[in-house]
Design a protein around this ligand. Structure first.
Ligand code: NAD
Ligand code: ZN
Length: 301
């Protein structure tokens, strides 16, 4: 049996794989300069980032939660898709039996021309806006306003010479943003507009979940990529075991993947590459997508 990080052996497995699934997480966008939630960068001001991504936090202080999301919207708008996003998009164009599930809300995979029929954004998008009134179905897709509204302008400031943004300094007081300063839903006129992302404790879109189940159950799977995710958020992480049960060999790409504490997850026949996804995905997928051209783009078909 080849070593878990043998690229040649992986290429062989890839060449004989048809039905391929991927589960991506924040680590895929790390090289584009977007911080992950866990590990370094998991804090925003003095808040644990995961504690701001909740309905409860929004009910308590919608202005603060909106500042956090307004900042992430601004950052992701300025960021560029990296070679990892582009390599996955190229794989999707080459292989119609490849399905990509991403937990990322940064819109970088769509911007890398990943075909939308082969991309499921499990946790929504920073650029979709919903109504916070649970009985209202208003949704606006593709809102790229930056700043999102006047009160959130401090989150969209670009500092000269890479100086730190005052907003990110927990000792810098930010003016409290009241509900009146945030836009209301144009449909029910009751709820506040909120980011169209799935917060901790909320359900994923049921139609999307059904589509994914139907795709997974249609035929056995050959391979599943687990890319840049700590696989701690459910139901997303549950797709790894489901894919395994459907016959998939698991290939993990994450700087921590080969750490001793992680190796118990690597079954015989699986692969684990303790690498940056942006650097390694193009290399791993090369037998199918070829090499990028001078502009870093892969051939379109
Ligand atoms: P996570 O922060 O829990 O884990 C990130 C993982 O990426 C870690 O295991 C880390 O080792 C790995 N990683 C770091 N740098 C990497 C690199 N260069 N290449 C490959 N892997 C790398 O993120 P998660 O598992 O996605 O779960 C967090 C939740 O937060 C999700 O629900 C997601 O929606 C949300 N989130 C999204 C973004 C985004 O859209 N970019 C950013 C932060 C958090
Ligand atoms: Zn509404």
């Amino acid at each position: 049996m080849a070593a878990h990080n043998d690229v040649e052996a992986f290429h062989q497995a890839l060449r004989s794989s048809r039905r391929i699934l991927a589960l991506c997480g924040a680590g895929l966008s790390a090289s584009s300069g977007l911080p992950t939630f866990r590990g370094a960068g998991g804090y925003w001001r003095n808040y644990d980032a995961t504690s701001l991504a909740t309905v409860r936090a929004f009910r308590t202080d919608p202005g603060m939660v909106w500042l956090f999301y307004a900042y992430r919207r601004h950052l992701a708008l300025k960021a560029e898709p990296n070679p990892g996003h582009r390599a996955l998009a190229a794989l999707a164009r080459r292989n119609l039996d490849f399905m990509c599930l991403t937990q990322n809300v940064d819109n970088l995979s769509p911007r890398a021309q990943h075909p939308s029929s082969q991309l499921k954004c499990l946790h929504g998008s920073l650029y979709d806006i919903k109504c916070s009134n649970e009985s209202c179905d208003w949704i606006q897709r593709g809102n790229f306003d930056d700043p999102f509204c006047a009160a959130l302008a401090p989150a969209s400031v670009d500092m000269p010479n890479g100086e730190p943004l005052p907003l990110l300094d927990p000792y810098h007081r930010v003016k409290h943003i009241t509900e009146d300063e945030l836009p209301k839903c144009p449909k029910c006129h009751r709820g506040l507009q909120r980011p169209g992302v799935v917060w901790f404790g909320e359900d994923l879109d049921s139609a999307m979940m059904m589509d994914i189940s139907a795709w997974m159950n249609a035929e056995p799977l050959d391979l599943m990529f687990v890319i840049g995710t700590s696989a701690q958020v459910y139901p997303a992480a549950g797709y790894i075991d489901k894919a395994r049960k459907r016959g998939a060999r698991i290939v993990t790409i994450n700087p921590e993947a080969e750490d001793e504490a992680e190796m118990f997850k690597v079954n015989p026949g699986d692969f684990a590459f303790g690498k940056d996804a942006a650097e390694y995905l193009p290399l791993l997928l090369e037998p199918i997508i070829g090499k990028p051209n001078a502009d870093g783009e892969f051939e379109m078909s």
